[in-house]
Design a protein around this ligand. Structure first.
Ligand SMILES: [Fe+2]
Length: 383
């Protein structure tokens, strides 16, 4: 017996934001907390959301004190803000960071801290017993897919590690894929976030967990990336490419209920220890991880799984000799400069990174079991 979960109501395409604000009015929320970050306030993107809310006579309280790679303090401060202003819902607007911070705020606004006790790896979800505030998610990047996820990733105080806080009721009640909110993302962020979406689908596809529906979504998600990410980078105002990438992002995160793998286990400490953008960290590690897996004794099923993704490259005339080389050439075309040392990672950090990667939960569903030594081998090969 298995339980398959599928996400929530998704509004997709131009006009989604206006429709969402009208739905928020119908829901009857009086005082939503809008969780975002300072960059989105500074560049004025948030004004588009506020204007649509005002059109529906909805006033919001804004909390913008969230970090890229959100930390526990963001959630503590946001929860205090939520309580002080008697809020009754949360609207998260931004990339993965404000959306994940919003999920931590949902927990701490209704439960006592610290967040460490809610760590999913130690069964912390069982301590989330009070009703959480309803969440509406409006992504402004296409990659994380947090808008269809029941978990937030927060750097907690105790360990300084990215930690998964999970609960089924953390799922947004409405997710809004409005392409006009992503058209001004700079090319390097479009590339990094888009590669994160691709990596979610690829690692989900590699995961051994039985979930044929998620498997189908993963392969379609990768096709959407291969067909649209380059256009979204080169021609940011191309609405069709932008909305397809938003969909690819939601599909990647839907697929990874099958699990992720070693790429994300290395990417997480590359962010928390070395400050790398999450999508960039995935991009830098993905070819090295595939090369490592391909060098092991794979079953015919595992080899078939790799070939099926390589076939997507072959069908598009984008293939190199093997899947790792195809992905590397593709990412280079998207503007990624390879090797960790080119991105501020020091050689004396590699051992620490391997240890932290082993502690990370994502590789539990990797194609093959990992050890600290094998993590170190892969990280060195990408250095
Ligand atoms: Fe990711």
């Amino acid at each position: 017996m298995q339980q398959f979960n599928f996400p929530t109501n998704l509004l997709y395409g131009q006009g989604s934001l206006a429709q969402a604000c009208s739905r928020i009015k119908e829901f009857g929320y009086k005082n939503p907390l809008l969780v975002t970050d300072k960059t989105l306030v500074k560049i004025g993107l948030i004004n588009q959301v506020i204007a649509e809310l005002k059109n529906n006579n909805i006033e919001v309280v804004i909390f913008d004190d969230t970090h890229p790679n959100p930390i526990e303090q963001d959630c503590i401060d946001g929860a205090k803000f939520y309580q002080e202003h008697n809020c009754d819902a949360i609207i998260a607007v931004g990339g993965g960071s404000p959306m994940d911070a919003a999920k931590g705020i949902m927990v701490l606004a209704t439960h006592t801290g610290p967040l460490a006790k809610y760590d999913d790896a130690i069964g912390g979800d069982k301590l989330i017993t009070n009703a959480l505030p309803p969440l509406i998610a409006i992504p402004t990047t296409a990659g994380t897919g947090s808008e269809v996820g029941r978990a937030g990733v927060i750097i907690i105080k105790e360990t300084n590690a990215k930690t998964i806080i999970f609960h089924p009721t953390m799922m947004p009640i409405l997710s809004v894929l409005e392409p006009k909110l992503t058209i001004d993302l700079p090319p390097h962020i479009t590339a990094a976030t888009g590669i994160d979406a691709f990596t979610h689908s690829l690692e989900a596809y590699f995961s051994p967990i039985f979930h044929p529906m998620a498997q189908g979504i993963a392969i379609e998600g990768m096709k959407l990336c291969l067909d649209n990410l380059e256009t979204a980078i080169m021609d940011g105002h191309n609405i069709s490419a932008r909305e397809k990438m938003l969909l690819a992002s939601s599909m990647g995160a839907t697929a990874f209920q099958k699990g992720l793998g070693m790429i994300h286990s290395i990417a997480h400490p590359l962010s928390s220890e070395c400050g790398l953008h999450h999508g960039l960290a995935n991009a830098l590690m993905l070819p090295a991880c595939i090369r490592f897996l391909a060098s092991q004794n794979l079953t015919s099923q595992q080899n078939k799984c790799m070939q099926e993704i390589q076939d997507l490259f072959i069908q598009r005339g984008m293939a190199k000799d093997n899947l790792a080389d195809s992905c590397q050439a593709y990412f280079e075309k998207l503007g990624i400069k390879f090797e960790l040392k080119n991105h501020g990672v020091a050689e004396n950090q590699l051992e620490l990174l391997a240890g932290k990667a082993l502690q990370d939960g994502c590789h539990q569903t990797n194609m093959l079991p990992m050890t600290k030594e094998s993590f170190l081998t892969v990280i060195r090969s990408a250095f």
